[in-house]
Design a protein. Structure first.
Length: 553
């Protein structure tokens, strides 16, 4: 579904010999040029290694990845490389793939891992400065897949009109903000939000110091995360349970609470996960943090799929949990930013199971309708995009670009975590989104906007969605799912995009007339897919996003 870059490394004989003693040396890297200088009789040996389909960094290959390889003869037209050898010390697999096409070298042998993703037409052979071609349809492709999404919110729900009335009463007629509050709340297009705590409750101490707020965060976030994560693991809606022992990585994402030991430890204990499970916490990256968490989980899942090849064991999966409780940090001071923040943000939690499959296999990697195949991700600092003439009163960077770093600022005060949104943020988004996304699409298979069916735009507020659409030249209707999530929950920071993805899947399955037939056939036939793109905004400001395919519709 998405192409992947490959690299040919010289010195597979050196690698195999090193692995015979320890795989750690290979994991740390080997200077192949230096090896060949010291071992001139070793010949020209090559190892073909894929790179991540989401970015340009090579996927780590450990010793277990080299246990099973395919060896096959190359045709006479091979590149000018002397002595291409196979790794005779490793067992060969049956059913060799289509041969590489080389030039000007006698018949030889080359090694290649069986379960590696398909790749583009050109493979660079650095020493010979020549290229080889591989028919991408004939080589398996491993991609990360979101198999399950579960979501949840605190039980307390408040209407926007009710909250606006309470906030106005809190400030009182003497406040210069009093008359602005009803309009600010009404313009959000939010109907309801959920809150873990009610900062408007007379019993809530709005002068509470940050240490107490963080303790409050953990007491509320822990049980919510355990409940949502448990539903993701058991997955009653999709019918695909994930054994707890299959979870090898836990990624926790939040920008609204910092405690250690924290939510990650609460999830491990609450779900009964292995005490050896790897843990990563993504903090303070704001609304865009879900993409950073997905990227981390997806890279892990793909590397685990490679390491499981030929072992007969199931590849480990990642569990990602996003939780945001903005209500814990509720502060009402005489600043319009505080009123804006109080009008937008809601609380919520989302959990995703992310694994990896061979999507090019005859059974489509056993993909089920509604699962999301992840493609390349992208990250872009917006001030490289906004032209110097944009916003004449803006701060100029040394390179002449507008400094957009004040667009979104997360901070810490004595009484909680703060968020400041610049009035210029919508105009920054309008200037940047179109160029960044159109360039990203073009760089990934020459895609254009018309190829995208699902637009998962972060529902950060009306202006965020509106300016993103305006920058892309898209109609309001393409963001209907984002609008729905904003209406029902408000801006839940990193949690919002998983909510949007979940609703996209649910909507697609409900409207698919052949849903049951697709489920019956999914184990035997390649599923149809529809392409999408998800993106959000973080401090910097940055645009973080990922391309994806939804299976089954």
């Amino acid at each position: 579904m998405f192409s992947t870059h490959w690299t040919i490394y010289q010195g597979i004989r050196a690698v195999s010999r090193t692995l015979s003693s320890t795989s750690a040396n290979y994991d740390q890297g080997i200077d192949m040029e230096e090896y060949h200088q010291d071992h001139s009789g070793a010949g020209e040996d090559f190892l073909i290694v894929p790179q991540s389909p989401r970015d340009s960094s090579p996927i780590p290959i450990s010793g277990s990845n080299l246990r099973q390889v395919v060896t096959f003869d190359t045709p006479p037209d091979t590149p000018p490389l002397s002595k291409i050898h196979s790794v005779s010390s490793l067992p060969a697999l049956a059913e060799p793939p289509t041969k590489f096409q080389y030039r000007d070298v006698p018949n030889g042998k080359i090694t290649y891992q069986k379960q590696l993703p398909p790749l583009p037409i050109a493979l660079s052979v650095s020493r010979a400065n020549t290229h080889a071609t591989i028919p991408s349809t004939q080589i398996p492709q491993v991609s990360a897949v979101i198999t399950t999404i579960a979501t949840g919110v605190p039980p307390t729900s408040r209407s926007q009109a009710e909250v606006a009335s309470q906030v106005a009463e809190l400030y009182g007629p003497s406040s210069p903000l009093y008359s602005k509050i009803p309009k600010l709340y009404a313009n959000t297009r939010i109907a309801t939000r959920h809150k873990a705590v009610d900062p408007l409750d007379p019993n809530f101490d709005r002068a509470m110091p940050i240490r107490q707020r963080m303790d409050l965060f953990l007491s509320q976030a822990g049980p919510l995360c355990v409940d949502v994560a448990r539903r993701a693991v058991s997955s009653p809606t999709s019918g695909i349970a994930t054994p707890k022992e299959d979870i090898g990585l836990l990624v926790v994402v939040t920008s609204t609470g910092f405690v250690a030991p924290g939510v990650d430890v609460a999830i491990v204990k609450g779900l009964g996960l292995s005490r050896g499970v790897k843990r990563v916490v993504v903090n303070f990256m704001g609304c865009a943090a879900a993409i950073n968490g997905i990227r981390t989980a997806a890279d892990y899942a793909i590397s685990q799929q490679y390491q499981s090849l030929g072992t007969g064991k199931a590849a480990k999966k990642a569990l990602m949990v996003c939780v945001e409780l903005s209500s814990v940090n509720g502060v009402f001071e005489e600043q319009v930013n505080d009123v804006i923040i109080s009008s937008l943000f809601g609380d919520g939690c989302a959990a995703l199971i992310i694994g990896a499959v061979d999507t090019a296999a005859a059974d489509g990697g056993r993909l089920l309708p509604g699962q999301i195949v992840l493609g390349p991700s992208f990250s872009h600092l917006v001030d490289e995009t906004v032209p110097p003439s944009f916003g004449s009163d803006g701060e100029k960077c040394p390179d002449g670009m507008i400094d957009t770093s004040a667009g979104i600022i997360l901070g810490v005060n004595s009484n909680g975590i703060t968020c400041n949104l610049s009035p210029k943020l919508p105009s920054y988004i309008r200037a940047a989104v179109g160029p960044v996304l159109e360039s990203t699409l073009a760089e990934n298979g020459g895609l254009i906007k018309e190829d995208i069916r699902h637009w998962a735009i972060h529902p950060g507020g009306p202006k965020i969605i509106e300016e993103s659409l305006a920058s892309l030249g898209l109609d309001d209707a393409v963001a209907s799912t984002s609008w729905d999530v904003l209406r029902d929950y408000g801006n839940m920071l990193s949690v919002s995009l998983p909510f949007v993805l979940e609703r996209m899947v649910q909507s697609g399955l409900e409207t698919s007339k052949e849903e049951q037939q697709q489920q019956d056939k999914c184990k035997n036939q390649t599923q149809s897919t529809s392409k999408g793109i998800a993106f959000s905004f973080g401090p910097g400001i940055t645009i973080e996003g990922v391309l994806f395919d939804i299976v089954g519709f």
